[in-house]
Design a protein around this ligand. Structure first.
Ligand code: AN7
Length: 351
């Protein structure tokens, strides 16, 4: 039976005797070694952390299980979040699992279809906001202070606690921390969580060092890189279409304490990496996730990554979340035929 992250990492988590040890099977995700992309780039050891293998298809489940357990411990009956899609899918799933009602605010027109489908399926109360993620987050912060409802965005410190378990898993799988950790940055909760996890694992002598943290924003939504709030963020990677990250300061700390970088990648670079991952590695992630690989490739080209060192790219969510986007890279026409075997044979032989 699957243990889940609360049980597996309970000594590192804010768990009390009153915390319900809930799980949907989150965590314990694969760390897959790259073959073809690593070879193309001349990298000795490149790995992908497949967070799309979590129960709702993204890394959010690690933090959500902790935040929801804490909400239940404090007698909350309702969860609320703003979301570019994955947080709402995760909140809705754990809310359903624990018989809580879940309210999600999503920006109109900028959430991938699969993520909305999940919130609907899990029975969340979905409010579509005629504004962007940052405006929705401002509202849920205020509403959760006015009412006894649990805010489960990553401004909730229990989310960060749960998410840091991914850094433990990466370190356990490799036998030590990697040298570089490449990760997409949106609201900046995940880079904050990984950095906290890597530091705790070093302090407790599970690892000998911490990685350099390489965070990547999308060019049209790169407030941290530009050093200013972006009022109208844009990017094809809708998950990280965020102009005023809540964990801005701690993302800068992760960068500076680790000797890392936070850089921007263009939508073209994101789509190129998205396609390469699928075609060279057989890994279908969502576009926001591909930002980590796009950024890694850009950093290799700039000479910022030592090719002999160990590199991990975090692939934060599944490609199935955003099926419409595959049209942007699809250059394979779908051929329709009848049921004549000779026609099918001719088609195969002419490929
Ligand atoms: C696939 O779901 O913000 O920097 O509301 O879904 O911790 O925000 C999602 C973010 C990267 C960025 N990859 O992580 C939300 C939301 C994927 C994501 C990020 C998100 P953070």
């Amino acid at each position: 039976m699957t243990q889940g992250v609360l049980q597996t990492y309970r000594e590192f988590l804010p768990i009390t005797p009153a915390t319900p040890m809930i799980t949907l099977g989150e965590g314990d995700t694969p760390l897959v070694r790259s073959h073809r992309l690593a070879e193309q780039l001349g990298l000795e050891s490149l790995y992908f952390k497949l967070e799309g293998s979590n129960p709702t298809g993204s890394f959010k489940d690690r933090g959500m299980v902790m935040a929801v357990a804490n909400a239940i411990e404090h007698d909350s009956k309702t969860l609320i979040c703003a979301s570019t899609g994955n947080t709402s899918a995760s909140a809705a799933a754990y809310g359903a699992h624990c018989n809580l009602s879940t309210v999600v605010l999503v920006p109109k027109g900028n959430v991938a279809r699969g993520k909305i489908a999940q919130a609907i399926a899990y029975g969340a109360n979905i409010l579509v906001i005629n504004g962007n993620f940052d405006q929705a987050l401002t509202m849920v912060r205020e509403l959760s202070s006015r009412h006894p409802i649990a805010l489960v965005n990553s401004v909730n410190p229990y989310r960060i606690e749960g998410q840091k378990t991914a850094a433990f898993e990466v370190s356990d799988a490799l036998g030590d921390a990697p040298d570089y950790l490449c990760i997409p940055v949106g609201n900046a909760g995940n880079i904050t969580a990984y950095w906290k996890g890597f530091k705790e694992y070093q302090e407790t002598e599970h690892t000998t060092h911490t990685p350099q943290m390489f965070g990547f924003q999308a060019e049209g939504s790169a407030p941290i890189v530009r050093g200013e709030i972006i009022e109208n963020p844009e990017t094809i990677a809708s998950a990280i279409r965020i102009g005023n990250p809540a964990s801005w300061k701690s993302a800068l700390e992760a960068r500076d304490e680790s000797g890392g970088i936070i850089d921007a990648v263009t939508d073209e670079e994101i789509l190129a990496a998205y396609k390469l991952l699928a075609r060279l590695e057989g890994i279908f992630c969502e576009p926001a996730s591909a930002a980590s690989v796009a950024g890694m490739m850009k950093s290799v080209a700039k000479g910022l990554i030592d090719k002999d060192k160990m590199v991990v790219c975090v692939l934060t969510g599944s490609g199935l979340k955003d099926p419409d986007l595959v049209n942007q890279i699809a250059d394979i026409p779908l051929r329709e035929l009848g049921t004549e075997i000779d026609d099918v044979e001719r088609a195969i032989l002419s490929m």
